[in-house]
Ligand binder design. Structure first.
Ligand SMILES: Cc1ncc(COP(=O)(O)O)c(C=O)c1O
Length: 407
């Protein structure tokens, strides 16, 4: 019998890339380091300490350790345990009673699961998700896998602020073409640019969506993967969203991965705000059905650990203290980067977070030349993504020299 003579995969799945490019770069960097080279690896999307070890908040680890065998072994309810969902809603809307009163949620495997459900539930097959022209690569994978498409708008205007004029034009076009808009905004600490929007930018986004919301269905998803690492009050923008409540779908992709340094626990949630009770019940049913139709239910032990981290006051405050210490390490790296890069590199306002993006026309070639010098970064279209979350402060000057191609 002749193996391989017949293709069994459906046409659209026959040419999928076999490796995630970021993981491949990371593997190469690790292999060279293991051979004794002094490597600066700015590709890893996780917080590493100055010795290159994964940062694990001790209180998070304790909460995970103290989950009982029964919790790990049992199924969770399809939509997630009620205690977990309530804790996430409380966490998000501590200062926004209007949003809290209209919220429903489902547990998802990380923020990724929340993004997946939003794409499948708020866009028809073939329709286009809208996001900024710099975006986290898996947004494309997620829409591709769900047989949807992706469209972007220019993220920055001439002053380096969020280009709400470009957003306005894109929303207008999409409403004319497909009658609905699902907009993903990753804020604060946008991956990959590091950008965090200010209040006036949020206001401008809301004004754009408000203006168009009567023409078709408008949904805004805030991807909050990094919200525990911003430099300002992370929930301040919520108040700005209130004019949209009831006019647009307000969605939040909540993730425990970065907030509690447990990326592999796969705990997240999709939260939706719908003030109309009938619409809210419909939304809840649709999202719960989507859980059953994809991963069935999330890991109950993980939900239990994260619930405790959110509601047990003593544990939550020790976790916050530990995270603050880690944030200070990250913030020192950000300051070192800004000090070394100002005037030498072009990049967006960078005040904190895991990544920054430096603009280059020759991004791909430059990344290759940098690799030869032992410095690894991730090329994206027209830019290089630099993961300061994985680079020690002492290595930042060498990293910036390599980016600037100084000798
Ligand atoms: C922008 C962004 N959104 C969402 C996620 C989702 O992560 P997870 O599925 O681990 O919660 C990530 C993780 O890297 C991210 O960078």
């Amino acid at each position: 019998m002749l193996w391989g003579s017949m293709a069994h995969l459906i046409e659209s799945r026959t040419n999928r890339p076999s490796d995630d490019p970021i993981f491949a770069l990371n593997r190469e960097a690790s292999a060279r380091r293991a051979r004794g080279e002094a490597i600066v690896n700015a590709t890893v999307g996780a917080l590493l300490d100055d010795d290159g070890k994964l940062v694990v908040l001790p209180s998070s680890a304790r909460a995970v350790r103290e989950v009982s065998e029964e919790e790990w072994a049992a199924y969770a309810p399809i939509a997630g345990t009620p205690g977990f969902l309530a804790a996430v809603i409380d966490d998000l809307f501590a200062g926004s009673p209007e949003l809290k009163a209209s919220a429903c949620a489902v547990a998802t495997p990380g923020g990724s699961g929340a993004l997946r459900h939003a794409i499948a539930s708020y866009l028809e097959p073939g329709q286009k998700l809208l996001t900024t022209n710099y975006y986290w690569g898996p947004y494309l994978t997620l829409v591709d896998e769900a047989d949807r498409k992706l469209e972007t708008f220019e993220m920055f205007d001439a002053e380096g602020k969020l280009d709400t004029g470009a957003l306005d034009r894109a929303v207008d076009r999409q409403l004319s073409e497909q009658g609905r808009v699902l907009l993903f905004l990753n804020d604060p600490c946008h991956n990959p640019t590091g950008y965090s929007m200010r209040t006036d930018e949020w206001r401008a986004v809301v004004a754009v969506l408000d203006r168009h919301a009567s023409r078709g269905s408008v949904s805004l998803l805030v991807d909050m993967a990094y919200f525990a690492y911003g430099s300002g009050e992370p929930r301040a923008f919520m108040q700005e969203l209130l004019p949209l409540l009831g006019k647009a779908a307000l969605l939040f992709a909540w993730s425990a991965s970065k907030t509690f340094t447990h990326y592999g626990l796969r705990v997240g949630a999709l939260v939706a705000c719908e003030p109309d009770p009938t619409e809210r019940a419909r939304t809840e049913a649709a999202l719960s059905y989507a859980c059953r139709g994809t991963w069935s239910n999330c890991n109950r032990g993980g939900l239990a650990a994260i619930t405790r981290l959110l509601v047990d006051e003593a544990l939550a405050s020790s976790c916050t203290r530990e995270r603050d210490a880690v944030r200070a390490v990250l913030s020192a790296r950000v300051s070192a980067f800004n000090a070394a890069a100002k005037g030498r590199l072009a990049y967006p306002r960078y005040e904190g977070g895991f990544f920054v993006t430096v603009f280059f026309q020759d991004a791909l070639e430059r990344a290759c030349r940098m690799k030869e010098r032992g410095v690894f970064v991730v090329p994206v279209k027209g830019a290089l993504r630099v993961a300061l979350c994985s680079v020690a402060e002492r290595d930042v000057p060498r990293l910036v020299d390599a980016l600037a191609e100084s000798p």
